[in-house]
Design a protein around this ligand. Structure first.
Ligand code: HSE
Length: 307
């Protein structure tokens, strides 16, 4: 029986100013899954992680992706998967994207690597739609490709991989739940032209910063005048975390995806640790539990780790 083991990484969507169009992959945390190819058109899901996610294929992010691959193949195959997730659902660290991208990559490997990466993104977006209500690819794309991704358009799909700098990433995941669908619902549908000008200046600055490995420009461009002012209301302590991390010397940062996790980029591990201390201090004082990571930008994308 053909089987495969897959490792799929956490991702930071939006990268502060690039709502729905920028994202990057992290080395930690990551999900593992083991997938078998079945010779009957069925999807069987075993969750081994205690997150209590649904096991019915139509209600499960990975399940929906397997079903979409089966629909495309239309040749009587199916998949059985054991999910060992470590990225907590609702963390803002691309948990659903890791399930979706892992499923797409596993299915493709079992079928003999027949799909280009763009097609894996298309399959995986079906899982993201189930999780958040809309198709967006700013978690899925870096999860599949690794590094930093620009998604210029999803219809038609237009993906640009950007050079990823050797920066350290500090993440704090306060133990509160923010649903992506809720965090999208509260956004304003219209923006002022003056804010749009500032935002696209920042996006252009950030992309140029990645292309030129200009860390100061990256730092200056990590500013979001459209989404963060609305969403940060859902994250207690956000403004203080940001201010204290800036004092600690980080380049910049903000909400990871739709939150509640917050991330900061630093030039060196010492600054990343100082940022972690500052983040912990804020949440210790507020009295909210948390989980922190100090990691780096993942450059491999989703990995096949065994057969
Ligand atoms: N770009 C999406 C959002 C990512 O911010 O709603 C969600 O993980």
């Amino acid at each position: 029986m053909k089987k495969v083991k897959v490792k799929s990484h956490a991702t930071v969507a939006n990268l502060v100013c690039g709502f729905d169009i920028l994202g990057m992959a992290l080395n930690d945390p990551y999900d593992l899954m083991e997938v078998k190819l079945l010779e009957r058109p069925e999807v069987i899901i075993h969750n081994k992680d205690g997150f209590g996610l649904p096991e019915e294929p139509e209600k499960n992010v990975a399940g929906v992706v397997f079903l979409s691959v089966m629909g495309k193949m239309n040749n009587g195959i199916g998949f059985e998967v054991e999910m060992h997730k470590q990225i907590k659902p609702g963390s803002g660290l691309g948990s659903s994207a890791a399930s979706a991208a892992g499923a797409a990559a596993a299915a493709d490997h079992l079928l003999g690597n027949i799909f280009p990466k763009e097609d894996l993104v298309r399959f995986a977006m079906n899982g993201e739609k189930l999780a958040s209500g809309v198709k967006h690819a700013d978690n899925i794309t870096p999860c599949i490709y690794g590094g930093v991704s620009l998604i210029r358009s999803i219809f038609p799909l237009d993906i640009i991989s950007l050079p990823a700098p050797d920066l350290f990433v500090t993440v704090i995941h306060p133990q509160i739940e923010v649903k992506t669908s809720d965090a999208r619902q509260i956004l304003k549908k219209q923006v002022l032209l003056k804010d749009a000008i500032r935002q696209w200046g920042n996006i252009a600055g950030l992309v140029t910063g990645f292309l030129k490995n200009d860390l100061d420009l990256i730092g200056r461009s990590l500013e979001d005048v459209l989404i963060e002012p609305v969403r940060s209301i859902l994250i207690p302590g956000f403004d203080e975390v940001k201010a204290k991390c800036k004092e600690a010397g980080v380049l910049g940062g903000g909400i990871s995806g739709s939150g509640p996790s917050v991330f900061m980029l630093s030039r060196d591990r010492h600054t990343a640790s100082e940022a972690e201390k500052a983040m912990k201090d804020v949440y210790d004082r507020i009295g909210i539990g948390y989980h922190t990571y100090i990691t780096t930008i993942n450059k491999t994308g989703v990995e096949i780790t065994g057969e």
